[in-house]
Design a protein around this ligand. Structure first.
Ligand code: URP
Ligand code: ZN
Ligand code: ZN
Length: 467
């Protein structure tokens, strides 16, 4: 036995109970009362603390070329920041290049991630080209290699049309893959952009207006219909609007395997942020929506129709966000020239646990959304996402009494600002273990570059809304 955490309250998605937890060779080796250490066992006193499974962030963009630049956090600084917020597994997006086979895409990104990641990681593949049989069939090679999840973008220039989206859904039904979707109506978005710019409306507010509730909601409904037609499951990522939430609920009530992810930024901020002086720092897609949508997301969580929480971590510097005023070429900018995305990888678990600590949801629910469900949905529940003997010892010690005010100075990423600046968090992680290795303690990062490993996931097939 290498490590024994004694006297804490273990919290899983199902229950909370007082117990000791032992770790041997990176795995949870025993759970019980009055466990006895061996001679060389390190003993940690966790009386009064909660013991949680490490979070799984199902949606990040590390070192991603996007919006004319590259997102600020690479696999080292991004996973370092994750560890310091209690996240022990990160799913990053590979963007398939045109003509690139899926296995080549995985190799290309894993060559970047493997030497740098400090916690475990895996990938979803953002599909951009299934124009040939060989490219489409290469999805199956990815599934066999342990990467059974894909994402389709209904927006952006590298996104796909509905025909390609449908082909990806059909293929996934055959090979046991999960398709995630970024749902926004590209054509309506483009029309609104041209109208607003023509009227001289250039600031961040118009980013929200051109990607408003209906622009997202219509695409959610269409995506669900395409999944129903293809007879397969669908995972709507970063859901942020009420119409889409309602469509998810309806489809699930009808028995369809439709799953939704939302992100802390949609649960905490509303579209009012785009009226702030630095509203451009909040520019991400989809944008934050109005209070009605935010309330619908919280209701969706309580009803069980939101399956996961993830961050969509995709930070850019303030200078890059300022391209909304003057582009990097010195030309006048506008809301379309601001790189899309915000930092959040270190804030997800603390934020959701804080909401639990305040009584908005239970701690069990926070664990379900941030750890147990992502493990089940992405095919790694035999490795991670809970506190069970035999699973990886990805463990967070959490102090309910430690209050924290988020400030960028105390974050462990490379970004020079955070949209979470000044937000008060009730309770905070005080230690994070990744496969039994202490990677964070009392505000300090203690992990090793390259200490994380690629997690291979099982094929995924859902017949109904089991999660
Ligand atoms: O604004 C965002 N979300 N940037 C990252 C790319 C995406 O759409 O997920
Ligand atoms: Zn997206
Ligand atoms: Zn994203």
């Amino acid at each position: 036995m290498d490590l024994l955490i004694k006297g804490g309250t273990l919290v899983t998605a199902e229950s909370s109970f007082k117990a000791d937890i032992a770790v041997s060779n990176g795995k949870i080796s025993a759970i019980g009362t009055n466990l006895k250490p061996e001679q060389k066992t390190e003993v940690v006193d966790a009386k009064g603390k909660l013991i949680l499974p490490g979070a799984i962030d199902g949606h990040t963009h590390l070192a991603m070329p996007f919006g004319g630049t590259v997102s600020t956090d690479d696999y080292y600084s991004g996973t370092r920041s994750a560890a310091c917020g209690g996240t022990t597994t990160v799913f990053d997006f590979i963007l398939q290049a045109k003509g690139e086979l899926m296995l080549d895409a995985i190799k290309r990104r894993n060559d970047l991630a493997a030497p740098d990641a400090v916690v475990d990681y895996s990938f979803h593949i953002g599909v951009s080209d299934v124009s040939t049989k060989e490219l489409l069939d290469s999805m199956e090679d990815a599934v066999k290699a342990g990467i059974p999840s894909f994402k389709v973008f209904m927006v952006y220039d590298f996104g796909v049309d509905d025909g390609s989206f449908y082909k990806v859904l059909q293929k996934s039904a055959k090979i046991g893959a999960l398709v995630g979707v970024h749902a926004e109506n590209r054509d309506v978005n483009n029309v609104l952009i041209q109208q607003y710019l023509g009227e001289g409306k250039t600031d961040a507010w118009w980013h929200y207006m051109s990607k408003n509730e209906q622009v997202e909601g219509e695409a959610d409904v269409r995506a669900i219909n395409l999944a129903k037609m293809a007879g397969t499951s669908l995972y709507i990522v970063h859901l942020a609007n009420k119409q889409g939430m309602e469509a998810v609920t309806q489809a699930r009530d009808e028995g369809y395997p439709i799953f939704a992810e939302t992100c802390p930024q949609y649960l905490h901020f509303t579209s009012d942020v785009y009226k702030r002086k630095r509203g451009r720092d909040f520019v991400c897609s989809p944008p934050m929506k109005g209070k009605t949508s935010q309330d619908a997301l919280w209701e969706g969580i309580k009803r069980g129709d939101i399956t996961t929480i993830a961050t969509d971590h995709c930070p850019f510097t303030q200078a890059e966000k300022d391209w909304g005023i003057t582009t990097k070429d010195g030309k006048p900018g506008n809301f379309t020239t601001i790189p899309n995305g915000c930092a959040g990888i270190e804030n997800m678990y603390p934020y959701m646990l804080s909401e639990a600590n305040k009584g908005k949801i239970t701690f069990n629910k926070a664990v379900e959304l941030c750890a147990a469900n992502p493990a089940k949905l992405f095919g790694l529940e035999d490795q991670k996402g809970s506190l069970q003997v035999g699973l990886d010892a990805d463990i967070v010690i959490y102090d309910k009494k430690k209050d924290f005010v988020i400030t960028n100075e105390d974050m462990h990423g490379e970004t020079d600002h955070t949209i979470w600046e000044g937000v008060k968090i009730k309770g905070y992680p005080v230690a994070t273990y990744s496969r039994g290795r202490l990677v964070f303690k009392d505000g300090e990062f203690l992990g090793d570059r390259g200490g994380g490993k690629l997690i291979k996931c099982k094929p995924i097939k859902f017949n109904g809304p089991q999660l």
